[in-house]
Ligand binder design. Structure first.
Ligand SMILES: [Zn+2]
Length: 56
């Protein structure tokens, strides 16, 4: 699964295609983390995943 992460806040949000709720969540994530170092990665690439907060 692909996730969008913010390296500054150590938060991540899953990227689900064709999912309306997820789309709204992504927009919220983008506006909250605008100006932060945000990147899209594969979930497996997240090191120490337990230290990352899921964005709810
Ligand atoms: Zn952030």
């Amino acid at each position: 699964m692909r996730v969008k992460v913010c390296f500054m806040c150590r938060e991540y949000v899953p990227l689900l295609e064709d999912n309306y709720i997820n789309k709204e969540k992504l927009e919220k994530f983008d506006s909250l983390h605008s100006g932060h170092p945000v990147q899209i990665v594969n979930e497996e690439e997240l090191e120490n995943k337990r230290e990352w907060k899921p964005f709810l």
